[in-house]
Design a protein around this ligand. Structure first.
Ligand SMILES: Nc1ncnc2c1ncn2[C@@H]1O[C@H](COP(=O)(O)OP(=O)(O)OP(=O)(O)O)[C@@H](O)[C@H]1O
Length: 266
């Protein structure tokens, strides 16, 4: 579903070069639920932007649903749903339902199919009460439910989310997580999300990737991630340890785990 091979993205701003993503390689199969962690500035959002075609890579190769994202954005849009936790894709001044209608027109979704899909998503995400509310008047949690609905109206096989639970209270977070879990388990939707919330990783993801300084520092199970620090059971402590060692010696990759996760690159 997703193939990333030696991907790189460099930014040059006023003579300063930033290697936001470097030599990044991984693959994601259909039906996987993958979480992506990494300290601030690690390159997660840049990776997501390349996967969704917003940014073109400066090196390497990637395919999403068999397509080169930055060259085939229109075709790709049918295959993926995208949610940015920090930015809405909805129309600020329009009622939520009008935003959905615009999405329907953009994606050329048949009216009957759209109706059924919207009814399903309304029930699952519990958004029926604020369909007529302008987006600017929605709470963050309601807006996120709206953004997730909009991303799924065309029923894409792949959902990519950049920090979908940021700023949500515990109940809203639980609702979003429950929905994503069901979407993956019952619909078989392939999901990739970035997050700083380790609860998202522990509760949702069978596989976790850790990006550090633009490189893949870990790719394996949550148990494999825990095993990096022998005797430490708390994933939060393990991740804190990794981020701190990364700050102390920015070019030093994190230590290998005590027991083998499915794959580790460092
Ligand atoms: N458009 C841009 N122009 C210049 N530099 C950029 C641009 N976008 C990202 N960067 C730089 O690339 C690096 C990676 O940024 P990115 O936003 O991908 O990190 P991130 O892992 O998503 O961080 P966070 O968790 O804080 O959101 C950072 O050093 C950032 O300053």
């Amino acid at each position: 579903m997703i193939e990333v091979d030696r991907l790189g993205r460099t930014f040059k701003v006023r003579g300063t070069v930033t290697h936001a993503v470097q030599d990044l390689s991984f693959g994601i199969e259909a039906g996987e639920f993958v979480g992506c962690l990494g300290p601030n500035g690690a390159g997660k959002s840049t990776t997501i932007k390349m996967l969704t075609g917003i940014l073109a890579p400066t090196s390497g190769r990637l395919r999403v649903a068999g397509l080169d994202p930055s060259r085939r954005r229109t075709a790709l849009a049918r295959e993926i749903g995208v949610v940015f936790g920090q930015r809405t894709t909805l129309w600020w001044d329009l009622p939520l339902k009008d935003s959905f209608e615009l999405v329907r027109l953009l994606y050329k979704v048949d009216r009957g199919v759209f109706r059924r899909r919207l009814d399903e998503l309304c029930a699952l995400l519990d958004i029926g009460d604020f369909l007529t509310t302008p987006v600017r008047q929605l709470s963050l949690g309601q807006r996120m439910q709206g953004d997730i609905t909009a991303a799924l109206l065309h029923d894409p096989p792949i959902l990519i989310l950049d920090e979908p639970t940021i700023g949500l209270d515990v109940v809203s977070k639980a609702g979003v997580r429950d929905f994503l879990r069901r979407l993956n388990a019952e619909n078989g939707t392939t999901i990739l999300l970035t997050t700083h919330d380790l609860g998202d990783i522990e509760r949702l993801c069978r596989r976790v990737m850790l990006i550090d300084h633009g490189r893949l520092a870990f790719d394996g199970t949550v148990a494999g991630l825990r095993a990096i620090v022998p005797g430490e059971d708390s994933i939060e402590e393990v991740v804190t340890h990794l981020y701190l060692s990364s700050r102390r010696s920015p070019r030093t990759p994190p230590p290998r785990p005590a027991q083998d996760p499915p794959s580790v690159t460092a």
